[in-house]
Design a protein around this ligand. Sequence first.
Ligand code: GAL
Length: 719
Amino acid sequence: MAPLSPRYGGDWNPEQWDDATVDEDIRLMQEAGVNLVSLGIFSWAFLEPREGTYDFDWIIRIMDKCAAAGIAVDLATGTASPPAWMARNHPETLPIDRDGRTLQFGSRQQFSPANPYVRRKAADLARALATAVKGHDALVMWHISNEFGNEVAESFDDISLAEFRSWLAQRYPSIDDLNDAWGTAFWSQRYSSFEEVGPPAPLPTFHNPGHLFDWRQFFSDQLLACYEAEARALREVTPDIPITTNFMGFFPTTDYWTWAEGVDIVTDDSYPDPASPFSAHQVACTGDLMRSLGGNRPFLLMEQTTNAVQWREFNTSKRPGQFHLWSLQRVGHGADGILQFQWRQSRAGSETFHSAMVPHAGTDTPLWRDVCALGEELAKLGPVLGKVPTNRIGVVLDWKAQWACEALLTRGPIDHFAQVGQWHRTWWEAGYGVDILPVDANFAPYDVVILPALVRLPNDGTDLAARVREAAAAGTQVFLAGPTGHTDGRLHAFLGGYGGPLAEAAGVFVHDHFCPAPTLTYPWSGEQVRPRLDRISGAVGTPGAYPTIEMSVAADHALGQIAQAAGLDDHWCTGDGWADLMRPHEDVEVVARWGKRGALADYQGDPAITYRAFPPAADGRQGGIWWIGTQLGAPARAAFAARAAQLARLTPTGGKMWPAGIECVERGDCVFFLNHSDREITLASVADGHTLLAGAGTLTGVDLVVPPRSGAVLQATGT
Ligand code: GAL
């Protein structure tokens, strides 16, 4: 069952339905062009109805029907929701939350990730199931568990604590090493044995950052060990069947760079909110992340929904066309398949009102017609399979930097993922394709690389700084943007200047930080200052209470012209939340200085953004390192990105800036034009030398007309 067109289908839960409905499902799947279903995701209670007794006949019968109908199966091991007998016979498997409450049976994912019994039982089930279905015609992929860590990503039970202690004992050669790493000389936190270490449960006051960070890493490892236990069992029995587990985009809890090494294909679940104008960006950004996690290889969209979900407080519906548009957009960013949660809308249970491919009302519905239409479109997209975009811009994303943001107590809120998203969006809005890079990547092949809010540097930062220098010397524009390098890999502050070797590479000495506190009111009553009434308080100046950080850019700098050409007002160069106080080395250009208005008024004229130019590389590219000492606002990010593109001589995807609302993405010789706007847009001459492969567009000569909220895919002729 090798795919000739992208995969299309969804989670199928036939155990919720009678035989007649199952047969109808198969017929409808054929009608809709479904060629892959994820089967049995939550079926543990049906696959092992009593502890140690398996029943696989029913699922094999379903797989037989799929095979006969030409529908491939992504077979789940079913282990995401342990059955009631597990909770009754082995209550120690139930997770305990931070407040000491046991999470009971009756929902899903109610197991402690570190529990060895659950892990063994899950692997046993996977092995037995694999043995039963080995060689089945329908089996094309394994789907281990479901969204590891989504509901339960930690547990404060005794077994977890014992496992945590042995994990620490393996990580640190001695308890003194742990004491050093966590800095336990502070507040008398010193341990004399691993047995004294507890969980970072509620404590009288602030946690030790090293303790929190290691707890995070421990559970990411435990969840991964659950995955690996099942994967090993499957590989023993069906070594040729690829294995996956579904990721969840920018899920903060599990380090997907590590996880991606263990899956044969990266798959993602994604539910952007149709009510947000930024959801189109979310689709693009998570698509880029998934492609990048797999080493710039295609991925599968394992779950999205056709219309509305039911789990937000307010669940708006997708607008007409949006289901198709976002599906095509995923394909543009590298998806080789589009699957939904779920095939048939449940009749009962907590997801009754979550949309599906077959709605409650049946097939005489606009939604069903939409589902069939998407199946038809995807069937035309065979030529894109296996191809990927080639991008010149990289944005670094590092789970450990995110964990550091959560563990450290800094002077203001910092969020690495949010800054990654912001910088990605800036480039995406400007029309450029972006790869997401791990922090240990080789940056030199890229023209522009951004490292946003990398608050923690790996190890002592030397290796990262060396790669940044190498890239700049090879012609890459490197941006060290936002709060950077407060600590080394152990969350110890850099001494002798923040940023350590990275600041050295950028040519700056960062001696302090300043964070605005924009919500100052009188502490007890919430009263605001009244300058005329409050004789003394009213005379006190508090620039730090100003929410915006203003900067002035050197009058003759190219950035000023860029901002002017873009129609930005005089206050385009602003930041928020964070500021570095620094001194540049002599060979470093000061591009922006703190302005006389705004939170940094007391530092007016001091450097805010610097640039160290490197000599041109052998191929003529000129690289450099930017140090951006604040979190830039959207206009400033746009201007700096435009400057970097200018220096790197980059043009947007498709060679030009497209009309507002149009996103252009390329997969090899296939070009996607995605119209996110509410108006029909005509793209002149784009079809010259191309044919229309799929989508809602029409050609008038060589012009392409793209209706509102739709997309069209062209393929170069003669390729
Ligand atoms: C996902 C999950 C699915 C379903 C879906 C609803 O997180 O994997 O099983 O619950 O959400 O949006």
